[in-house]
Design a protein around this ligand. Structure first.
Ligand code: PRP
Ligand code: URA
Length: 228
């Protein structure tokens, strides 16, 4: 069983997904994810792990950033090294749970601006309800990293992507960073926009009847903020 899981982890081949989805299969990421899933893990450690995993995902999600040569004087001599070439970034957490990922991304990209999109899933309909939106003024010219630990039905992420597009952000500038994704959520996001790129630490089995991810980690917002 474990071997099968590891095989699928290391050779993730999900038809139609491979172009758009990166699973961060680094051993440190998978180890931290296991602790995150554990029901015994308390809020403090849970928040720390989400922040660390967000930073690891940030590395992958910025891999396409371009560099330009720059001359630097070391204590020994002058040399040509490389610096980021004019990328402006916005991190957009989906409230509430996405907030916990912001700090990890900002450690990596301190100059990034932060926009907020407030969405919650109506427990009856399981559809996202928007209650807040505040974005950097120049959002359309920025690389946008949407962050939210859970991609379940995909309704919240798809709504956030649509919202950003109405503000003028082209889909090629949008990346979605989640910690755990359900296949249904990935499908829903790519049905909304086949150009969006998704980063996740795991693709889980399925959703249950309440649209919770199985095996997942439970309710991310409640575990982060201790509200249950
Ligand atoms: C959770 C999670 C996502 C959403 C995922 O938030 O953080 O935003 O559900 O579900 P979906 O893919 O089916 O839309 P929730 O609505 O529980 O709000 P919260 O962050 O305020 O707890
Ligand atoms: N939101 C969560 O926090 N967890 C899930 O499993 C699904 C949606």
């Amino acid at each position: 069983m474990i071997e099968e899981v590891l095989m699928s982890l290391n050779n993730i081949e999900i038809p139609g997904y491979s172009k758009n989805v990166t699973v961060i299969d680094h051993p440190m990421v998978q180890h931290k994810l296991t602790i995150l899933r554990d029901r015994q893990t308390g809020s403090k450690q849970f928040r720390e792990l989400i922040k660390e995993l967000a930073m690891f995902e940030g590395y992958e999600a910025t891999r396409h950033f371009q560099l330009e040569p720059t001359v630097v004087q070391t204590p020994i001599c002058e040399t040509t090294s490389y610096a980021l070439k004019g990328r402006k970034v916005a991190v957009v957490p989906i409230l509430r749970a996405g907030l916990c990922m912001v700090e990890g991304i900002l450690e990596l990209i301190p100059a990034a601006r932060v926009g907020h999109v407030g969405l919650y899933r109506d427990p009856q309909t399981q559809k996202p309800v928007e209650y807040y939106c505040k974005l950097p003024e120049d959002i359309e010219s920025r690389e946008v990293l949407i962050v939210d630990p859970m991609l379940a039905t995909g309704g919240s992420a798809a709504a956030a992507i649509e919202l950003l597009k109405t503000k003028g952000v082209p889909s090629r500038q949008i990346r979605l960073l989640v910690i755990i994704a359900a296949p249904e959520g990935i499908q829903a996001v790519l049905d909304t926009d086949p150009d969006v790129v998704i980063y996740t630490c795991a693709i889980d089995e399925r959703l249950d009847e309440r649209a919770y991810i199985v095996p997942g980690l439970g309710d991310a917002g409640d575990r982060i903020f201790g509200t249950q």
